[in-house]
Design a protein around this ligand. Structure first.
Ligand SMILES: *Cc1c(COP(=O)(O)O)cnc(C)c1O
Length: 397
């Protein structure tokens, strides 16, 4: 059969065609009125996409660049910080904080799980300067309770800043950034924004801006105070990734369209879309007798355990060879144990049904056991139908 290449990886994700054409045709120089207008519109719209009144900055780097910026701007060497980790991206926080000389207190949960709030509370006292966590841990498919964690951190007053890597959380998870008191939240262009890699972004609270005036870690390109000053004049400190800004403008218009002209509502719709794709996928996997890897699964992606005695690498390879569908293997020690299907950004009903139908074939081949064709698809259709009828009832009520 003919093959179409489709990404089901938790970044990069499928590209929005309008974003691709916007970037392909964009040529404006960055110190012109044309770019300035685009830049200012995008920065304003990004507040609605993130769901915050705080300043949003968009930088030319991958998501990890903004993670590093949060450490270098918000900490000084010797600061005590807490890292909440339950996966490969949590471990990245530990590595970054240590690289900048922080005294790191690690609160850990096993891969696939999340920490209890008591565990978090026990490690946060008046000496802690910042707390770092993921909203959704893309290596395991787990969702962390950011609202609960924020309550614990804010109960300590203004001393500890809360920094959230929401690189796969934004656009897939309902987050009340300002209401919960998140000080620094991070996203990346190659996730729910449906565009290529290359932009990292963050929203920064007043508390965090104040902290930056006193911290002493070295920073230059990622000196966020400089970016804030430039942004106030409609400029970036250095050459921006102009064509990616054009793509971002188009992606934000698409999300606004999902909200029928209201971007904040469009963001909610995008999150609901991910929630529905994820619920369909979970139901499909379970109908095939497969186990989910995460105890509190995120809507960003679904991590599914390979069946007993099967190496998930074989499944990942078969998805690719038979259907040109790229699903993600487990990372690090989890390689071979699980595979990951993303729901971040530009996925719809047909993508979701399609990958589940493909999973039925892949499973039949790797286990060499009969599979009841249609079982995963039917379970997913039932979830979809139930959601649609609940929506109709809500509208008519
Ligand atoms: C993708 C991702 C990152 C950032 O990765 P980059 O390759 O630097 O863009 C960080 N955290 C999480 C949770 C991610 O999913």
């Amino acid at each position: 059969m003919l093959h179409k290449n489709r990404l089901f990886t938790p970044g990069p994700t499928p590209l929005l065609p309008a974003a691709q054409t916007a970037m392909a045709s964009y040529t404006a120089h960055h110190r012109t009125a044309d770019f300035k207008a685009l830049f200012q519109r995008v920065l304003g719209d990004m507040k609605d996409f993130v769901g915050t009144k705080n300043d949003v900055l968009v930088l030319a780097c991958s998501g990890t660049g903004v993670m590093e910026a949060s450490i270098s701007n918000l900490t000084s060497p010797g600061d005590t910080v807490v890292v909440l980790t339950a996966g490969k991206f949590g471990e990245r926080w530990t590595g970054l904080a240590k690289a900048f000389g922080c005294n790191v207190v690690v609160v850990e949960a096993p891969y696939g799980q999340t920490f209890s709030l008591d565990q978090v509370r026990a490690r946060i006292d008046g000496k802690v300067r910042a707390v770092f966590v993921q909203a959704t841990e893309s290596s395991t498919g787990a969702r962390h309770d950011i609202e609960g964690i924020a309550k614990v951190v804010r109960a300590q007053g203004d001393e500890a800043l809360l920094v959230v890597d929401a690189i796969t959380g934004l656009g897939t998870t309902h987050l009340d950034v300002d209401g919960w008191g998140v000080d620094f939240i991070i996203g990346g262009s190659q996730k729910a924004l449906m565009m290529p890699p290359g932009l990292g972004y963050c929203a920064v609270s007043e508390r965090a801006w104040k902290r930056m005036e006193k911290t002493t870690s070295p920073r230059y390109y990622f000196d966020l105070r400089k970016e804030r000053k430039s942004a106030a004049k409609g400029e970036t400190a250095y050459t921006p990734a102009t064509s990616l800004f054009a793509a971002l403008g188009a992606a934000l218009e698409f999300v606004r369209g999902m909200g029928k002209g209201d971007l904040a509502k469009g963001r909610e719709e995008l999150v609901n879309n991910a929630e529905l794709c994820a619920a369909m996928t979970r139901a499909g996997a379970k109908a095939l007798g497969l186990n989910l890897f995460a105890s509190s699964p995120a809507a960003a992606l679904t991590a599914i355990c390979a069946p007993e005695g099967v190496d998930s690498s074989k499944m990942v390879k078969d998805f690719r060879e038979s259907f040109d569908a790229v699903v993600a293997n487990g990372q690090g020690e989890m390689k071979g144990q699980l595979f990951r299907i993303a729901h971040i950004g530009y996925y719809d009903y047909l993508d979701t049904i399609g990958i589940l139908a493909a999973l039925e074939h892949v499973l039949a081949r790797v286990t060499e056991k009969p599979v009841e064709y249609g079982a995963a698809v039917r379970a997913a259709q039932e979830v979809y139908a139930r959601t649609q009828s609940e929506k109709r009832q809500l509208v008519s009520a």
